[in-house]
Design a protein around this ligand. Structure first.
Ligand SMILES: *[C@@H]1O[C@H](CO)[C@@H](O)[C@H](O)[C@H]1NC(C)=O
Ligand SMILES: *[C@@H]1O[C@H](CO)[C@@H](O)[C@H](O)[C@H]1NC(C)=O
Length: 353
């Protein structure tokens, strides 16, 4: 038996390394959105927390609800933005199990890492200004003088703490010395996590409030706040469309990503990167994590992504009508109830073969 040992133990190391690199398993926390985080026992691995994240969980029980919310927002935004695509982000629902589409170094993986780290920054920075925890509070006011007729004041989102926390939480495992840190996947994931954080930081905008006699706005205070997360989601979707395919190159003692295509000069801080080409996601294939588009709804009028031609990959589709009953013509009666009629509505639906 002895001579099998090295094989077994190196297999074990590989498995361990793979699971650690999959630092996005924490998205499984979306299922715990409504739950309370009361004691250390809540911080179990079954929720997708890895290594250091378990400790971070115990130290930040007060923020775990916020982190779960961030996971939910990341999933919801991703599914909303890809609802008319063949790859529709349904794999996040399977976390902490990670399907192959999120583990092979694809463009989809790049997007999911970026949107989850961005969502975490956003949720934590907000939680700070709302007062969910005493680890942070209002963001610091800008240190440059106001340009315009207002004063800095009020309570902005604590971007700095959000960035710091998000990085600690998503990258800790990926920074473990040795195999994990140096692996190509880990380096790609860290890059895309960072893009997510950067996009949130760049999206801070000025919000203001008027004071003075009957809203005369004779005094105006402003602070920096984050936009609605959908704004960040849209930016990231554009970065997904323009993601850069890279390969890793050794230069001196460093390993760098360089674009595969020669018309792209270098990898910018704001580019999502990937090194494995995506499949077309038309048919199920366990090797790539594609679940195929059989049974997906499509639009017979649209010629875009959600159109039946593109969605069903030429396999054709089945049309049918469905009658649904819904509440309609609702009226509000003073005080305090709403009365509705029920209406029947016929839907024309198409489903891919
Ligand atoms: C934490 O533990 C408490 C008590 O056992 C339980 O009610 C709660 O749902 C748990 N929270 C999570 C997120 O599992
Ligand atoms: C995504 O696709 C899968 C299978 O192709 C389907 O079961 C699921 O309902 C879709 N999800 C959304 C949000 O459209």
């Amino acid at each position: 038996m002895r001579r099998y040992e090295p094989v077994v133990s190196s297999l074990f190391v590989i498995l361990l390394v793979c699971s650690r690199i999959a630092a996005v398993r924490w998205l499984a926390l979306y299922q715990s959105k409504q739950k309370s985080w009361t004691d250390d026992k809540n911080c179990s691995k079954s929720l997708g927390l890895l290594g250091k994240q378990t400790r971070q969980c115990r130290q930040n029980l007060d923020l775990m609800g916020t982190i779960s919310h961030a996971a939910y927002v990341a999933m919801d935004t991703c599914q909303g933005q890809f609802s008319d695509r063949r790859w529709n982000c349904s794999s996040i629902r399977k976390t902490p199990k990670l399907s192959r589409d999120l583990a092979r170094g694809t463009r989809e993986q790049a997007y999911v890492y970026a949107i989850s780290s961005a969502s975490l920054v956003h949720s934590i920075a907000r939680a700070c200004s709302v007062g969910v925890t005493n680890k942070c509070s209002c963001g610091t006011l800008p240190n440059y003088p106001p340009q315009g007729n207002f004063k800095w004041g009020g309570c902005g989102d604590d971007l700095k703490y959000g960035l710091h926390f998000s990085e600690q939480f998503t990258d800790a495992e990926l920074m473990k010395k040795g195999k994990i840190k140096n692996s190509k996947k880990s380096q790609m994931n860290r890059h895309n996590n960072k893009v997510g954080r950067l996009i949130v930081a760049r999206s801070m905008t000025r919000a203001c409030k008027c004071h003075g006699v009957s809203g005369s706005c004779s005094i105006k205070t402003c602070w920096m706040s984050l936009p609605d997360f959908s704004v960040i989601g849209t930016t990231l979707k554009n970065l997904y469309a323009n993601a850069v395919e890279v390969r890793r190159k050794k230069r001196k003692n460093m390993r760098l990503f360089v674009p595969v295509r020669s018309n792209v000069r270098s990898v910018s801080k704001e580019s999502l990167i990937y090194f494995t080409k995506s499949p077309d996601y038309c048919s199920p294939d366990p090797k790539t994590g594609s679940i195929g588009t059989k049974g997906r709804f499509c639009s017979s009028e649209s010629s875009g992504w959600g159109g039946c031609d593109a969605m069903c990959c030429g396999r054709g589709y089945r049309s049918f009508t469905k009658t649904i009953v819904e509440r309609c013509e609702c009226k509000y009666y003073w005080c305090c109830y709403v009365k509705c009629k029920t209406c029947e509505k016929t839907l024309h639906l198409n489903v891919c073969r």
